[in-house]
Design a protein around this ligand. Structure first.
Ligand code: ATP
Ligand code: MG
Length: 363
């Protein structure tokens, strides 16, 4: 098989610590499942600024454009707070997202059985939960023109514009339908077509893309406010939810809290399909560089490990391997292993980053 080309950008803070555990997982798949990887590792964020004076060099940007997937740890840290905005670590990540045109942001809300009972929510609401929210990331009200604060008469007026083109809606809808085919084959699209023109168009275009290209996938539409209520009331009714930038921002944060710690949450950002049919892709944990615990060997590597599982599933069609990795994470949690962020309880044992990574590999 042609090797899978990965660009690994560990970044700052706990980024390199959690990425080290992902490297162990990758090595295991290479040795035991015959997967071939071609791995390039480079700098991003503050780590890049320290060496090159910029959070992302053109050379790294070029590499990101040519590999099958990018795996990123985290960027930023208090050391860089004083820097000019143009060279802040976060700018490295923003440039990657913008130049790779990653318009579909995937945030799963997944609850591992072993953690369900510690959830503050009713156990039967979250146990076994596995849903995916796709947020349109590059358009909508955060980018629409005109925008600004203007003076009208004797008062100030704040203006933002919600604007979506047919093409922008269609491409994120396709991402959602493609993903649904690799999961539960069900998509729920959310907007406010009852009060917003962009919502009316959103609903029409999603329906058209469905009818012409993805009629095999089950599609429903929901107003986003009702969707927010249903998401908290009975989230297991959903498989894939696709929504715009603003609603996706809110709904994905709400969904994340159904499952608990920041140290458990992976994400993916996908763009247009490349020549080989795979989407441009960047996988990263939802959490940041966690400067308060960096260098102490106690960061939870699971969010980063699960981001790699998403890469296996969504970039490389290796669903069985992704299942295996997720099951291993669940096994380790079921045995009671916990990094400090996951709390402690009867039958649990507190472990550090490396021990958690080793246990996942062992499982
Ligand atoms: P950013 O601006 O990069 O998002 P942040 O400070 O808002 O940074 P995080 O860096 O994610 O957010 O950290 C938020 C809190 O969660 C911190 O207390 C951190 O220690 C904790 N945390 C984040 N990720 C992990 C992890 N993988 N394991 C354990 N604790 C974590
Ligand atoms: Mg933050």
């Amino acid at each position: 098989m042609t090797p899978i080309k990965l660009l690994i950008l560990p970044g700052d803070g706990i980024g390199p610590e959690v990425m080290l555990e992902v490297r162990k997982v990758i090595d295991w798949f290479a040795s035991n499942r015959g997967l071939a990887f071609e791995i390039d590792e480079d700098l991003v964020g503050g780590a890049s600024y320290d060496v090159h004076g910029t959070p992302l060099t053109d050379a790294v940007m070029d590499k990101a454009q040519s590999v099958d997937a990018v795996l990123l740890g985290a960027v930023g840290g208090p050391k860089y707070d004083v820097l000019d905005f143009s060279v802040k670590p976060e700018r490295g990540l923003l440039r990657l997202r913008k130049e790779m045109d990653l318009y579909a942001n995937l945030r799963p809300a997944q609850c591992f059985d072993a953690l369900a009972e510690f959830s503050s929510l009713k156990r039967d609401v979250v146990a076994g939960l596995d849903i995916m929210i796709i947020r349109e990331l590059t358009s909508g009200i955060y980018f629409g023109e005109p925008r600004g604060i203007v003076t009208e008469g004797n008062e100030r007026v704040g203006i933002n514009t919600q604007r979506y083109t047919e093409a922008e809606i269609a491409r994120v809808a396709r991402s959602a339908f493609e993903l649904a085919r690799k999961r539960g084959n069900k998509v729920c699209s959310m907007e406010k077509a009852n009060v917003m023109e962009s919502g009316v168009l959103w609903r029409q275009v999603v329906q058209e893309v469905h009818d012409t290209e993805y009629a095999d996938v089950e599609l429903s539409h929901m107003y986003a406010d009702a969707g927010a209520m249903q998401l908290v009331r009975w989230p297991k009714q959903f498989d894939v939810i696709v929504t715009d930038n603003l609603f996706g921002d809110l709904l994905s944060d709400a969904a994340a809290m159904l499952t608990g710690s920041l140290g458990m949450l992976p994400s993916a950002s996908l763009g247009a399909p490349m020549e080989n049919g795979r989407p441009k892709a960047l996988y990263e944990p939802v959490h940041g560089s966690a400067p308060d615990i960096a260098g102490q060997g106690k960061a939870n590597p699971i969010a980063c490990v699960l981001s790699f599982a998403m890469a296996l599933r969504y970039s490389f069609d290796l669903g069985d391997e992704a299942d295996l990795l997720e099951a291993s994470v669940n096994d380790v949690l079921a045995k009671g292993l916990r990094t400090p962020d996951l709390g402690a309880g009867e039958g649990t044992r507190t472990v550090g980053t490396a021990e958690m990574g080793d246990a996942i590999v062992e499982a």
